[in-house]
Ligand binder design. Structure first.
Ligand SMILES: Nc1ncnc2c1ncn2[C@@H]1O[C@H](COP(=O)(O)OP(=O)(O)OP(=O)(O)O)[C@@H](O)[C@H]1O
Length: 267
């Protein structure tokens, strides 16, 4: 069953920063996304939910241009991804940062060197300036300065996430893609990471596209939520829209035992 899409008040008069129209993605015989439409608005934190294997990572990767689509258009910052030359595409990529699920830091590089990888690719700055910039990012994500010279293997899970976020922020992006940023963190670590994302979004004016299963994150930091199922967006809007939906998956997700516990927790 398809639910009527209902734009929230939050979206009025706001710039669309990512526009997905009629996107179809499949592998072999299987079609994962079946003509999906989605808008992401400048400055919002959009939580992207859906059952396991529904295609949340596939859509994220399609927006990043990492998996081919069979149909549809994707515009990011007003540019149609299909129309870009390799150099235009490289310039566009400067404007987004990505935090993949596994953190994906280079294991042989220190935190500082990891953060400097995108900087070295795009900026032509002295080593001293690159060091200063990296230390700024380290501070921004709440890591101790002495984390700079550590290898990923010397860090806790929470610190790895922060270091990966610092690298995603290396080029001062306008959009950050986060794939299950709080997975693997304990509830306190996850809550602190959520707070960090909310603070960065407010202070830097970031737009955040966050794939998450974490109900706490959805309640506490997301401005809007989009739910994926059956290859399309089942519903999108603030949490109230999710709670009012009578789609069976949304009902069991947002009214299940765990959801009730989160609500009761005062979110
Ligand atoms: N490169 C690929 N080749 C073939 N099938 C793929 C490929 N990438 C993803 N898939 C399939 O597409 C489906 C959607 O995968 P995806 O990782 O996007 O799900 P998800 O919604 O992010 O799930 P989860 O919440 O478990 O991470 C899965 O069935 C997966 O096996």
């Amino acid at each position: 069953m398809m639910l009527e899409r209902r734009p929230s008040d939050l979206t009025k008069n706001r710039d669309v920063i990512i526009s997905v129209r009629g996107v179809e993605v499949g592998f072999g015989e299987r079609t994962i996304l079946k003509g999906l439409d989605l808008d992401v608005y400048r400055g919002e934190i959009l939580g992207f939910v859906g059952g396991s294997g529904q295609g949340k990572s596939v859509l994220t990767r399609a927006i990043l241009g990492l998996v081919p689509k069979r149909a549809g258009t994707i515009q990011v910052l007003g540019q149609n991804l299909d129309d870009l030359s390799p150099e235009e595409r490289r310039q566009l990529e400067r404007h987004w940062g990505v935090l993949f699920q596994q953190g994906a830091l280079f294991s042989a590089l220190t935190v500082k060197q990891n953060i400097q990888v995108p900087m070295r690719e795009y900026l032509h700055l002295s080593d001293r300036l690159l060091d200063e910039l990296a230390m700024l990012k380290i501070e921004m994500v709440g890591l101790n300065p002495d984390a700079a010279d550590k290898l990923p293997s010397e860090l806790s899970g929470g610190m790895i996430k922060r270091a990966a976020l610092a690298r995603a922020l290396a080029l001062d992006p306008e959009i950050v893609f986060l794939d299950e940023p709080t997975s693997g963190l304990d509830p306190i670590g996850a809550g602190e990471f959520d707070d960090l994302i909310a603070t960065l979004q407010r202070t830097l004016g970031l737009t955040v596209f966050m794939v998450t299963h974490d109900l706490d994150s959805l309640y506490s930091v997301c401005d809007r939520i989009a739910a994926l199922g059956e290859g399309k967006i089942l519903a999108e809007g603030p949490i109230e829209v999710m709670l009012e939906s009578d789609h069976p998956w949304l009902r069991s997700y947002f009214h299940g035992k765990r959801a009730r516990a989160v609500m009761a927790g005062g979110a």
